[in-house]
Design a protein around this ligand. Sequence first.
Ligand SMILES: *Cc1c(COP(=O)(O)O)cnc(C)c1O
Length: 382
Amino acid sequence: MIPFLDLKAQYSQIKPEIDAAVARVVSSGHFVLGPEVTAFEGRFADYCRTAHCRAVNSGTSALHLALLAAGVGPGDEVITVSMTFVATTAAILYSGARPVFVDVDPVTWTMHPGSIEAAITPRTKAILPVHLHGLMADMDPIMEIARRHGLVVIEDAAQAHGAEYRGRRAGSIGDLGCFSFYPGKNLGAFGEGGAVVTDRPELAGRVSLLRDWGQEAKYDHVIPGYNYRMDEIQSAILNVKMDYIERWTEARRSLAERYNALLSDLPLARPQPPRDARHVYHVYAVRLQRRDDALTLLRDAGIGAGIHYPVPVHLQRAYAELGYRAGDLPVTEMLANEFLSLPIYPEMRAEQAAEVVSTLRNAAACGPAKPSATRRSIHKAS
Ligand SMILES: *Cc1c(COP(=O)(O)O)cnc(C)c1O
């Protein structure tokens, strides 16, 4: 049995510190937007190398408020990708704007910069690239196009804590960067959490207002807002974990190197990162043609493999009204059929990676799996 991820293993390593942090909050009597949140915001802004961080109650809320802070609203269009978790699209719709999908690059698996300009219209307000699986989108050409057309850039960095692109951290290149601290993310709370980072004080100020009912002072509501506040217990837990995030990220990266070496002779494709990229391996994904057979064989061997994501957002029934059809985003659709995510988490041992690969090797050698066995429920991973 090798799970896709193991949250209990991480807790058992840091249990005394976590338990003390939670107890400290419980006895302080201060539960929402207090000193733990402020301390976390300072640390996370430093980590992202941005001037400001505002913690909120989920990654989805972070995206929603980043869009609102940037002035995105009804009648606007936001260019994004369909190869992502649905939250990216949902947040655009919450803002009242319309998501416009462009395809991903078959080499990097992230937003294809060459497809952006054809999607720009007079209504386009923002570009929202996603740093898929922990590898940053090709930000230099994206920023260049955005600046030329006067568009805002919001990074969906929910899978990319600490990832780098040409020496710059995820979240620090666009106008705003959005993170999730859902438990399975690279930095995970013990519940929900998220953050917006930015270098621009006026954008940070707007996020502060929007997350707490538009209040400038208690009961002085200057704009309509939301209850998107982060609580003290989650911040206290994240403050403990900030001491470990780099160690855990390096553990993911060395497991990924192990996988790369072990898989080097198999006919699998991996994303080719842009130059000087630091991939943080939220997900270790490979591409292979007989993906469903491989997935079935891994799962039958007790290995928690997954797919991120099996059905792209533009083909989800929930978003049928956007009017996209199969064939509209050929690379996205091809990747959805060929992606396979192997287990990876900081506490995983190198021998376990070797076991995953030897099972995958057998899978490659086996004939087609029984069709009935390929219809398993999709594993929820992140
Ligand atoms: C997890 C995730 C989100 C949403 O974050 P939540 O904290 O679950 O709301 C958004 N975008 C991407 C790419 C994600 O992986």
